[in-house]
Design a protein around this ligand. Sequence first.
Ligand code: NAD
Ligand code: TYD
Length: 349
Amino acid sequence: MKKIIITGGAGFIGSHVVRRFVNTYPGYEIINLDKLTYAGNLANLRDVEDAPNYRFVKGDIVDAGFIAGLFSRENPDAVIHLAAESHVDRSISSPIDFVMTNVVGTVNLLNAARNQWKGDYDSKRFYHVSTDEVYGTLGEEGLFTEETAYDPHSPYSASKASSDHFVRAYHDTYGLNTVISNCSNNYGSYHFPEKLIPLAINNIKNNKAVPVYGKGENIRDWLWVEDHARAIDLLFHKANPGDTYNIGGHNEWKNIDLIRLLCRIMDKKLDREEGTSENLIAFVADRAGHDLRYAIDSGKLQRELGWTPSLQFEEGLEKTVDWYLSNEEWLQDVTSGNYQEYYRKQYEG
Ligand code: NAD
Ligand code: TYD
């Protein structure tokens, strides 16, 4: 019996990781530790909330005393750490929240693991989920490998880079059994509509302008979220202590091309005349410090563990649109209240 604390399990990627572990490993006990910020939503886990091997604990990873108490009470065998402030635009307007959760919160978890597991690090595991944004930006050529030097530009990526360094330091200094993975942009169900794809789906559906930063020339490498969860599962079980893996979709899209593809899919799904949704595209002021291009070389994960993405992007995007169109209530819930205020500040000045 393995007891695993998954942090940030009520968020976008975390909910897919929790669902996968609860359903795949009935013999594991899964504890979802989440503060339920604006991005955390227990409705993301309705289908597993009554499973006998699942429990939710509400708590803040910034609260060191609470985290230490939780570790001593639960004595977990492993941590899969996803809790974070995750949106670049919010990090530009409020960097300190990112320092607190992403840096201080991660160090609190590392300290609790270190104290609780002292003398028995080998049989335990601290898995840290990170991003390709720590590597900074690429020009037209090249891919991020595990050897690429860190060069973060946004407060978000700087805070994630810092947390990665702390995780590595706890392995090198204290011998904690750590694993880090750095993944490219995810998309899929339960994605909070502040990020590009779900925001555009929601706006197109409501006939609202679709804001594209700058000229839409920036490139991201998109991966279906369930493929990310599958990679985390593999690495959690198979990676060597202290190791790092990149995870990516080999699926680069210029923002404007992605949005045009999405518009075509939405026209079809909503029975609109072709070209209707494209008229909603609005080029707006660029994001400060906007990284030009991210692209991941996930060759190490492919060679060593045989992982490859399972879905073609067009298919995945269509599945994602279908999910949003048939989960109207979820979308309504997450875009009411505070979201409206955020949207006004971010896009309407
Ligand atoms: P998300 O914003 O959807 O979810 C974050 C979750 O963390 C929420 O449930 C929130 O309530 C919780 N949380 C935030 N602060 C907390 C705190 N102080 N204590 C406890 N819980 C807290 O994020 P996501 O997109 O699912 O990303 C999850 C992880 O994956 C993050 O670490 C992120 O850096 C990383 N990542 C994301 C992407 C992506 O494309 N979204 C890509 C690569 C890596
Ligand atoms: P986002 O989904 O915020 O992810 P990240 O910044 O972590 O890559 O943004 C993806 C890309 O889309 C990025 O280049 C910024 C751009 N973008 C827009 O053009 N308009 C928007 O309204 C948003 C949220 C993002």
